[in-house]
Design a binder for this molecule. Sequence first.
Ligand code: ADP
Length: 276
Amino acid sequence: MLTITDLVKEYPTGLRALHGVSLTVDKPQVVAIIGPSGAGKSTLIRCVNRLVEPTSGSIALDGVDITKLGRGALRKARRRMGMIFQEYNLVERLTVMENLLSGRLGYVGFWRSFRRKYPAADVQAAYALLDRVGLKGYENTRADSISGGQRQRVGIGRALMQQPDLLLVDEPTASLDPKTSRQIMRIIVELAHERGTPTLLNIHDVPLAQNYADRVIGLAAGRIVFDGGPDELNETVLTEIYGEEDWSTTVGGGDDDGDDDRPGGSDDLEKAAAAG
Ligand code: ADP
């Protein structure tokens, strides 16, 4: 499915954000990339669809090297990669339904989308997804009049409208409160599993990664220092990824029963511990 080999990214400033990263996602699993701020998580995710141009190395999606594609071929390859952003990236003045349908833009052609004439099958799929992400009844609501959590639900729906072969998720909960963050993570993971879509997800929140990911990759200063199951994240591993810290409130503490969503409750403390 996805094979990244010796990926290097050096920004024009001379800063080397990725030092030869190699990883393979060969089954439909949710892979969380964790690590401290500046570790290169976002750079890694964005190299995959070339929102950031890799310096060297290869990124093969089903055998096709994304790094070698010209503009037209890259545009086609990007249709197969859905992306969910931290800041949602919705078209604010359009409705929820129009934002969802914009996920089909790469497929329906400019004029058809300009005239907002989407195929009936797309509209049907959009209504089904609207329901699935918990926004039934919001189809005609403008994107700028809903909450952050609801916007992210639209972002998830839009990415899945592409019927992607790979889902790239860049800090989906960074702008959300702890309870909404868990709801959003749950929706992403459930949909990825339901559809069998391999997912690469950048998240700085350790308990969220522990609770929801199938596999966790720890990135530190542009290098992979851990690759394993969420249950293998112990204090030693976390220290290797994040440096010295008191992990006692984080490791194994990420309960998800929704019982402690009060501001300042234990879930907030876990988050604070994870953020350092
Ligand atoms: P993370 O997502 O783990 O916080 P990033 O991938 O955003 O890390 O950043 C990795 C490193 O690359 C950081 O040192 C950051 O300052 C640097 N960086 C990110 N984007 C750019 C850019 N456009 N130009 C120069 N340096 C950048």
